[in-house]
Design a protein around this ligand. Structure first.
Ligand code: ADP
Ligand code: MG
Length: 241
């Protein structure tokens, strides 16, 4: 379980998160939507303490992340994988080397173990035949699938996705969403920031609508999409649907 309580985040005088609380239970898929600048990325980054909240508590399982020293945070953060809009693969490493680096360096896996695991994951995302390629030889969709596999190679209990398809050409969106959907079906606990509403309807257990640093609505996808209760959410949905 990830539990955020009363998260406030200021950057200097700018108030970005204004008392955000959210609990994600084991096996749940929560989709976060909302206008640009509403604080979605900042909130995700607070959940694994890439950003330290100004106040409030983040619990990951029994660990109080916000009460921890940076060194302990790094350890718990291994449980929480994150995938970004821009893939941040290591450009000078092959696909396989991208996947084995952290498991060997951080988890202490032998090269043999790490390669075995990496090949399984590349097979899962349909890219085993690209294992010896460098990232610049891959399409955007392929890069993002590698980034997802790389994150999974650390065997996280939770996955955070921050607009994983926003930087992709339209024809590559589906291959990435399919990978995320199959992860959802395998029971992975996930929080996904996305503007893909069809996808949200299909995979989310819960949709959270953020605006101006607050969660305005939190509901099942059926209820949210058929009957948003706030004007802001109605307005947002009209603009993007
Ligand atoms: P979203 O992901 O919903 O588009 P963000 O979380 O990226 O929103 O940003 C929310 C607000 O916080 C924006 O106004 C942005 O400019 C501001 N912000 C984000 N990161 C920083 C930072 N490091 N320093 C100052 N302002 C920031
Ligand atoms: Mg963002």
């Amino acid at each position: 379980m990830i539990k955020a309580e009363h998260i406030v985040k200021d950057f200097g005088s700018i108030k970005v998160l204004k008392d955000v609380s959210l609990q994600i239970n084991q096996g749940e898929v929560v989709v976060v939507i909302g206008p640009s600048g509403s604080g979605k990325s900042t909130f995700l980054r607070c959940l694994n303490l890439l950003e330290r909240p100004t106040s409030g508590t983040v619990m990951v399982d029994e660990h109080n992340m916000t009460a921890m020293k940076p060194k302990q945070v790094i350890k718990v953060r291994e449980k929480v994988g994150m995938v970004f809009q821009h893939f941040y693969l290591f450009p000078h490493k092959t696909v396989l080397d991208n996947l084995i680096y952290a498991p060997m360096k951080v988890k202490g896996l032998s090269k043999e173990e790490a390669v075995k695991k990496a090949e399984e994951l590349l097979n899962k995302v349909g890219l085993l035949e690209k294992k010896n390629q460098y990232p610049n030889k891959l399409s955007g969709g392929q890069k993002q699938r590698v980034a997802i596999a790389r994150s999974l190679a650390m065997e996280p209990d939770y996955m955070l996705f921050d607009e994983p398809t926003s930087a992709l050409d339209p024809e590559m969106v589906k291959e990435v969403l399919d990978v995320i959907q199959s992860l959802a079906e395998s029971g992975m606990t996930m929080i996904i920031v996305t503007h893909e509403m069809g996808f949200a309807k299909q995979v989310a257990n819960k949709v959270v609508f953020m605006d101006d640093g607050r969660i305005l609505e939190s509901n099942t996808p059926e209820a949210f999409f058929s009957n948003p209760t706030t004007e802001r959410a109605k307005d947002f949905l009209e603009k993007i649907l």
